[in-house]
Design a protein around this ligand. Sequence first.
Ligand code: GLC
Length: 564
Amino acid sequence: MSAVLSASDHGELTRSNDRDWWRQAVVYQVYPRSFADADGDGIGDLRGILSRADYLAALGVDAVWLSPFYPSELADGGYDVADYRDVDPRLGTLADFDELVAALHERGIRIVVDIVPNHTSDKHEWFQEALASGRGSAARERYIFREGTGPDGSEPPTDWTAAFGGSAWERVADGQWYLHSFAIEQPDLDWNHPEVREDFLRTLRFWSDRGVDGFRIDVAHMLTKDLRDPLPSAAELAAMPIDGTHPLLDRDDVHEIYAEWRRLFDSYDPPRTAVAEAWVATDRVPKYASPESLGQSFNFDLLRAGFDAAQFREIVTDNMSLAARSGSSSTWVLSNHDVFRHATRYALPLIEETDESVPNRHGGGWLEAGADETVIDRAGGVRRARAASMFLLGLPGSAYLYQGEELGLHEVAEIPANQRQDPTFFRTHQAQYGRDGCRVPLPWTRSGSSFGFGAGGAHLPQPSWFADSSVQAEEEDPSSTLSLYRRAIALRHELVADEDLEWVETGRDDVLHFRRPNGWEIVTVFGPMPFGLAPDSARRVVLSSAAIDGHLVPGETTVWLAGG
Ligand code: GLC
């Protein structure tokens, strides 16, 4: 047995003596506005999460990561933060937050909050002050203001595009332009400014003092920028290597900030943890994950891969060696609030190997807006998603789960244009659906208002098929995805031991088999054909799809064989 809390140990956390709780934690991401709505206004809230604390405990997760719950105009789903040290009144109060922390801690669940340091909301008091104070003012120096180009300065300073489409610059009333790498309502901060640095330290202390156990750092690779004139064009930027010297991305000097944050985190007992959301080349990840920096970094490789044995094996091998190099543990992610749910990615038709830029397996593609949804193989997608999730939960390192994946939820594609919220949809002139489909409020009950999400409606429309994927329906069914996740997470506390694995050759290209140091074995069949196991099936403790005869593992299925 490992020293990690087991699902049945839901007593008060022995918090001071477990500095390494995060290394192999199951972390469950809650998108607060879509989890549970206690006050019936259609928007999920902190008391809603509180009301589901027992659900989280029954799932057996080690930690909950809350996406932003701060005051926000919701130009980007809460990642446009107007005040970093408060709760959005629609979501509750600081007192509700304290109650939630206490309720989770009582159940042995840690809490991680999201910090968004690259940009504020345009409603943040600093940006309002910058607008009111005018060009050349000290208030503008906290952001990135520049004069425009063209005879009257009416052209943006450069031709850079924002992540959600359109220009990365926006003009203000007096004619200056400001940089926004994301939505117009998300002005980028200037991290050379000492007040910016000081204020984020204050924010990290504020939440640490309130009992938060860790932080997820939003776009951690973009904070520092070299914006000396002349600014390069988009084409010039694209041609520059991203090797620590790029003007905008993954600059080496960003780690000075994290070294300072690390000193703050380590002043707490146990030290506060942090995980970087850094979309950087795999070999640059260790910089963010080192103990002197944030300590852990997301690895999005599985999330970007197809459902394919060769890709999965290479990703696991590479990332484990990277984690070992940095002194961190590996992280595994299949879904989050920014991507199509993996059940749906794996439900899309196979992509042939003709285009080398996309994986040739289920999961390589995305559903374009207006695409023919009848091509989605819903049952197949869920079967593969269950197999992939059980593969992931068997790996050494931390598993990051996204709310609803434990129900095997599909992406919701059927959202009318006038109810969509994601800026991606609008800034791409509706060419891309964006991320609303994975943010639809969760179904808790088979029927009733908003499927038990709350007493009112749901801020994004829920489809009728949510009934059968509701928590209520799945709790009654021992073969449901929820039952599978509960069982696997409870057992995972027995299989986590040393952060190591050994591959066992299977003789088949589409089957992966690995053994953990304590003897637990995980076998995943990626192809449709069953795979014969050695005749010790008594050790089968988790099977991601319906059993077939004898010692066969069905196609597109993962099995766990208990150790010893
Ligand atoms: C991160 C978040 C995403 C957000 C973006 C800008 O990628 O995960 O939801 O839109 O940062 O803050």
